[in-house]
Design a protein around this ligand. Structure first.
Ligand code: GLN
Length: 239
C-alpha cells in the first residue's frame, strides 16, 4: 500500500512549522510498512489532485494568505472535486480559514476556496492559548496551541470538537474546527499530529480506505509517550 501526501505551498503556508505534521504522517505510515511520499507544491506548480491521497494546507499570516488567495481561484474546481470525492484534507489555521467562503480582515477580504460552507472575520485581539478539545472522533482529548485573529463561523457544519480549555473557532460558541466529509479544519497548529496520533491515524485510515477499500485496518503503534504527554497537558489545564 502507498499514500501520496500533497503539501500545498509550504514556502508561504508553514507558520509554526506545520511541516512537522507531514513527517508525522510519513513516519506513522512507514512504521506500519505503508509506503509514503510527499509532494510539496510551490505557487506556480500544477497540482494533479487525482494523484494525491492526503492534502495538507498549513497556517500563514494574513499577508501570506493574501498572496496565496489569487492562486486558489485557479485550483478551486479541482480541489472541490477532490473533496466531494472523499479526498482527505487536513487544513490548519490560515489554511483552515481558506477552506471557507472568505476571510475578512482590516486589510481587505480574502476569497476562500469555498470547499466548506463557513467564513472567517477578523475580531478584536488575537486568541492565543493552549487548547484542549473533546472530539467525537477520538477517545483521547485533542491538545494543541491556537493563535489567530480570525473568528470562524461554520454554519451548519460539524465542529471538530467541543472546547474544554481555550477559545476555539470564535471564542464564544465553545466549539473548535470543522469536519466535512474527509476534511478536517482546525486552528491547532505547530505539532498537531505528533501530539495527537489519533488524528494522524484518522487521516491515514480514511485515505487508505478510500484507496484500498473499507476493510483496511491500521496496525496499532506504541503511543505510550504521546498518551502520557496528553494526560500531562490535560492535568495541567483541566482542573
Ligand atoms: N492569519 C490568520 C489569523 O491571524 C491565521 C494565522 C495562523 O495561521 N496562525 O487569524
Amino acid at each position: 500500500m502507498k499514500l501520496t501526501i500533497g503539501h500545498l505551498y509550504p514556502d508561504l503556508l508553514n507558520l509554526y512549522g506545520d511541516r512537522g505534521n507531514i513527517q508525522c504522517l510519513m513516519k506513522r505510515c512507514q512504521w506500519r510498512g505503508i509506503q509514503a511520499e510527499t509532494i510539496a507544491y510551490e505557487l506556480n506548480d500544477k497540482i494533479d489532485f487525482s494523484a494525491l491521497d492526503i492534502v495538507l494546507l498549513g497556517g500563514g499570516s494574513d499577508r501570506e494568505q493574501m498572496l496565496v488567495c489569487e492562486k486558489l481561484k485557479e485550483i478551486r474546481k479541482d480541489f472541490k472535486d477532490y473533496v466531494e470525492d472523499n479526498g482527505v484534507v487536513i487544513a490548519i489555521c490560515g489554511g483552515y480559514q481558506l477552506l471557507g467562503n472568505y476571510y475578512k480582515t482590516d486589510q481587505g477580504t480574502i476569497t476562500g476556496l469555498e470547499l466548506v460552507d463557513m467564513y472567517t472575520e477578523q475580531g478584536e485581539g488575537r486568541l492565543i492559548s493552549n487548547i484542549i478539545l473533546k472530539s467525537e472522533l477520538f477517545e483521547m482529548p485533542v491538545v494543541g496551541f491556537e493563535n489567530h485573529g480570525g473568528r470562524t463561523y461554520i454554519n451548519d457544519n460539524k465542529p471538530l470538537g467541543k472546547v474544554l480549555y481555550g477559545s476555539g473557532n470564535d471564542g464564544k460558541t465553545g466549539y473548535e474546527g470543522v469536519v466535512y466529509k474527509n476534511v478536517i479544519g482546525t486552528y491547532l497548529h505547530g505539532p498537531l499530529l505528533p501530539k495527537n496520533p489519533q488524528l494522524a491515524d484518522w487521516l491515514i485510515s480514511h485515505a487508505l480506505k478510500k484507496k484500498y477499500g473499507n476493510d483496511v485496518e491500521l496496525i496499532p503503534l506504541d503511543d505510550s509517550q504521546e498518551k502520557e504527554a496528553n494526560a500531562y497537558i490535560c492535568g495541567r489545564f483541566l482542573k
